[in-house]
Design a binder for this molecule. Structure first.
Ligand code: OSB
Ligand code: MG
Length: 354
């Protein structure tokens, strides 16, 4: 199969969140993004989404910077190229340093296009299986609002709830949730909020009953993560630390974590992500698919990723109406009994509303 890319469009989107999303690093109230439409010489379309934020509070890239890199550097490299496989995009972008979120936006669009060209769903194209994808919601709010939001998530049928934590968290409040809802899998996410000085405070979270603790220390703190893995029984999960295959290799070598979060935006797209999935499979590292408050195009790619047989834990998959009054895809993503059904349509399986 050959695909010649003849047009690439960038569409800016900006939407308010239904409620503020509060983390150790930032409170998010509004989200912007860039939706990509790539078109080939036969009129087949592929969609991607740039998931950088407006400012560099979570990753180094920004929407404005990504727009520049896309328009001035990456789109010209890809336009009018004839590709035999979507894996060639990573090769084509190799000479450009970093900028993985900008690269991922385009690269994922090309994977969607190839799946559509072949006439199959993206989840099938990447080797996934047609299974209900377990959903997972994030409670990122002040402690006085946590109970209401946990109760609402349970009422909606979520079976996995992620709670944001800081060294100042009220651990008995958290323990109360885990005790009250024994059938729910609780994750904790620290977004790197702990350091050497607060290491002992982290140990207080070990007896709460979390299925894992995500990113206790900042991204380069491999030794502190290794120490936490050694001293704690709760599995340690790395999110912000994982930008590439080399980072996963380092985590394994240094025994700095048990589990990783896959974020295709931060990893540069499907090719890098699929090599990481293989490395984790060979080394018994558990994985799940993370989110960054994305719109539906990115979530659709993420659902295809979560269909891979080696992805065992529920990811950050909430209903479209959890964050948005109106998502950018049609139909919206819908969580039913704590699960999301994969689409049988070709490619990402959703229509885009620009
Ligand atoms: O650390 O996982 C994170 C949102 C924005 C930035 C970082 C993170 C998050 C989330 C996931 O917690 C939110 C989602 O469901 O998309
Ligand atoms: Mg995280």
């Amino acid at each position: 199969m050959e695909v010649t890319i003849i047009d690439i469009e960038l569409h800016h989107v900006k939407k308010p969140l239904k409620k503020p999303f509060k983390t150790a690093l930032q409170t998010v109230i509004e989200r912007e993004g860039i939706l990509i439409r790539a078109i080939d010489d036969e009129g087949v379309e592929g969609y991607g989404e740039c998931v950088a934020f407006s400012t560099p509070w979570y990753t180094e890239e920004t929407i404005a910077g990504c727009r520049f890199v896309l328009e001035q550097v990456l789109v010209p490299l890809l336009l009018n190229q004839t590709l035999k496989s979507p894996g060639q995009v990573q090769e084509l972008f190799k000479s450009i340093k970093g900028n993985r979120m900008a690269k991922a936006a385009l690269e994922t669009a090309i994977w969607d296009l190839f799946a559509k060209k072949q006439g199959i769903p993206l989840w099938k194209y990447v080797g996934g299986i047609n299974k209900p994808i377990p959903a997972g919601v994030v409670v990122a709010a002040d402690e006085d609002k946590m109970a209401l939001q946990v109760e609402a998530a349970v009422a909606k049928g979520y079976k996995r709830i992620k709670l944001k934590i800081t060294p100042a968290s009220n651990t008995s409040l958290l323990k109360g949730f885990v005790a009250r809802f024994p059938d729910i899998l609780f994750f904790a996410d620290a977004n790197g909020g702990f350091n050497e000085g607060s290491f002992s405070k982290l140990l207080r979270f070990d007896s709460i009953g979390f299925a894992l603790i995500e990113q206790p220390f900042s991204e380069k703190e491999w030794q502190l993560h290794a120490r936490a893995k050694k001293e704690m029984k709760t599995p340690i999960c790395l999110d912000e630390s994982i930008h590439s295959l080399e980072d996963v290799q380092r985590m394994i070598e240094l025994e700095a974590g048990d589990v990783i979060v896959l974020k295709m935006g931060r990893l540069g797209g499907w090719s890098e992500t699929l090599s990481i999935v293989e490395l984790c499979r060979m080394n018994g590292v558990q994985m799940w698919v993370g989110g960054m408050i994305e719109f539906g195009v990115s979530k659709a790619h993420n659902l295809a990723l979560a269909s891979l047989p080696d992805i065992s834990l529920p990811g950050d998959f909430s209903d479209s109406d959890h964050f948005w009054h109106e998502d950018v895809i049609e139909p919206a993503i819908h969580v039913k009994s704590g699960e999301i059904a994969l689409r049988s349509e070709n490619g990402i399986g959703y229509n885009i509303k620009f």
